[in-house]
Design a protein around this ligand. Sequence first.
Ligand SMILES: NC(=O)c1ccc[n+]([C@@H]2O[C@H](COP(=O)([O-])OP(=O)(O)OC[C@H]3O[C@@H](n4cnc5c(N)ncnc54)[C@H](O)[C@@H]3O)[C@@H](O)[C@H]2O)c1
Ligand SMILES: O=C(O)C(=O)C[C@@H](O)[C@H](O)[C@H](O)COP(=O)(O)O
Ligand SMILES: [Zn+2]
Length: 364
Amino acid sequence: MSSEAVTRIRVGGTAGTDPYEVLVGRQLLGELGGLIGTAAKRVAVVHPEALAETGEALRADLAEQGYEAVAIQVPNAEEAKTAEVAAYCWKALGQSGFTRTDVIVGVGGGASTDLAGFVAATWLRGVRWIAVPTTVLAMVDAAVGGKTGINTAEGKNLVGAFHPPAGVLCDLAALDSLQTNDYVSGLAEVIKAGFIADPVILDLIEADPQAARTPQGPHTAELIERSIRVKADVVSSDLKEAGRREILNYGHTLGHAIEKNERYKWRHGAAVSVGMHFAAELGRLAGRLDDATADRHRTVLASVGLPLHYRHDQWPRLLENMRVDKKSRGDLLRFIVLDGLAKPTVLEGPDPAVLLAAYGEVAQ
Ligand SMILES: NC(=O)c1ccc[n+]([C@@H]2O[C@H](COP(=O)([O-])OP(=O)(O)OC[C@H]3O[C@@H](n4cnc5c(N)ncnc54)[C@H](O)[C@@H]3O)[C@@H](O)[C@H]2O)c1
Ligand SMILES: O=C(O)C(=O)C[C@@H](O)[C@H](O)[C@H](O)COP(=O)(O)O
Ligand SMILES: [Zn+2]
């Protein structure tokens, strides 16, 4: 992809939802004014501490364009996804007289865009918002599809709303300042998209895993765009997770349980990586998944430096945590597993002995 090229990926527009575009390229912030539109008087830029300069530059730019622009700085990472931080944002909006025609811009990683989207979904029962994701994970997954939310003491993303953005601007230049572990964490969702829908993603990573770990890798834009297309396709057909959208939860049942167990100090992608390893072993032991595809999980995840294992003594706590997973129905645990490469399906109420055996492969 040349530095000038912009890829536009359409999302939604079905079943009464408004369509929007995900733009992938460089120097995309010129698109922001058009997305905000002329009805808005005020714009709130929600950004994490790590992007204080970016947030302020955006605010100043919007102010120059004539908007009453405020920057709302929130904590980095999962510390932003709390009721207290949401309340802080509501207060800032209230104090600036934010009305239904005004617009929120959520800048940052998935934690920031989840929070900003949730604040947009709840303020005045829903205002327009635009996502400016700045991590791989937020570009390929969190900022697309309208799942917004925060965590509670009882679990991950337990409070939230489906509230799609009006547009998503993925400026690849933002990735240059990411720490390596944050970059790599995002690759877990890229690899997820590979296993559930687009195996070319896996081929591209396997061709040069070291290059895939950096924004300078030759396939960065293609990996990001392919993953976005997977997500866009799924959420366009099932925005509110009535069925098919559950496949995007591959690896997340155990992954979210690990995140809660670690008090959200692990990156989401790292936990999902262990969760995908577990889901692969579960699929294998349930007689669904062939050995080669199950083994491929270990090799491709490990090749980019993602974790495969978790503490052996934690199974009872993880099992407890998994009960509040959103795919659970009553006491029935439900997992996404693969029937084969790119053939995701639901495994309902697996035998507890099979679950334990699958965890045995992951435990260390
Ligand atoms: N809504 C969804 O559909 C969806 C999908 C996947 C994940 N998520 C959520 O996304 C979150 C994880 O997102 P993440 O992996 O982006 O982590 P993150 O948002 O926690 O960001 C990681 C760290 O990088 C910093 N950062 C962000 N952009 C930066 C940049 N360009 N340069 C330097 N530092 C930067 C952040 O401030 C943070 O400290 C989790 O809360 C997860 O639940 C949501
Ligand atoms: O968009 C979805 O749907 C997903 O499941 C994508 C996941 O990567 C993401 O982590 C999502 O936030 C998990 O949703 P949850 O409903 O299990 O909280
Ligand atoms: Zn995820």
